[in-house]
Design a protein around this ligand. Structure first.
Ligand SMILES: Cc1cn([C@H]2C[C@H](O)[C@@H](COP(=O)(O)OP(=O)(O)OP(=O)(O)O)O2)c(=O)[nH]c1=O
Length: 226
């Protein structure tokens, strides 16, 4: 089987007007998030958050709580460096039977994650934060998508590990990398799986005035449970 990172879901992505006059700043180094925003027709600059924004895993934290907290921290990190701007940050993890799977550290870690997911249902959660520096208000949202991974044969697993496409991807897989190895069961946002739920993002831009809350002084942002 040939694997390529090709984001087949690029047409017809929803786009909404930005809720403030500020320029959009993507606080993420993820190439997928840039590609999705570009494909939807947004203009933006990229300022990845510093690595420290994504640290400190709490043992009792659920996957949606974690991605909400990281998205908020990444947005806060970049907001602190800008006098104005509409900051967009996100974080994505996979979750399988309560275990949170982030980005693999190396090929052995990637293999262990893929063996764990093989043939199983699991969830992908993306949290995102839209933060207006001029208004000092933000929205944090989390979207869940449930997936079924086909059982991976040994040659398929070896091919995918050799391709190195797992690098930098939560759960060590790219939804965009295979042909039919992953099926969406519920929460049908394919863009959510690859790092940014474009449908919900457009709604949040549209309803920002209603949804946004004052930025608190709390380092990890508003408590989030879903
Ligand atoms: C599940 C899945 C994740 N991913 C990617 C999206 C994210 O880039 C990455 C999860 O890591 P994140 O920590 O969410 O993002 P990042 O490190 O790439 O970028 P930044 O922290 O600067 O925002 O996994 C895919 O590309 N395809 C998939 O199917």
């Amino acid at each position: 089987m040939k694997f390529t990172d090709n984001l087949p879901l690029m047409s017809g992505l929803p786009r909404a007007d930005l809720p403030t006059e500020e320029s959009l700043i993507l606080a993420s180094g993820s190439p997928r998030r840039s590609q999705l925003l570009t494909a939807a027709g947004y203009e933006f600059t990229v300022q990845p958050a510093s690595d420290e924004a994504e640290c400190g895993m709490c043992s009792r934290e659920t996957a949606p709580e974690l991605v909400a907290r990281y998205a908020y921290r990444k947005a806060a990190d970049v907001a602190a460096k800008n006098e104005e701007g509409l900051i967009l940050a996100a974080d994505t993890v996979a979750s399988c039977y309560g275990q949170i799977l982030g980005k693999p550290h190396n090929i052995e870690h990637a293999e262990a994650m893929l063996r764990q997911l093989s043939g199983r249902r699991h969830d992908v959660f993306s949290g995102f934060c839209v933060w207006s520096v001029s208004q000092n208000r933000c929205v944090v949202e989390v979207v869940r998508t449930e997936l079924q991974m086909q059982p991976l044969s040994e040659p398929m697993l070896a091919d995918y590990l050799d391709s190195m496409l797992w690098e930098g991807k939560a759960g060590a897989f790219g939804f965009q990398d295979g042909n039919d190895w992953l099926e969406v069961l519920e929460g049908g946002s394919e863009t959510n799986v690859v790092g940014l739920p474009m449908e919900r993002l457009a709604e949040v831009f549209r309803d920002f005035d209603l949804l946004a809350t004052e930025i608190s002084t709390e380092k990890d942002g508003p408590s989030f449970s879903k």
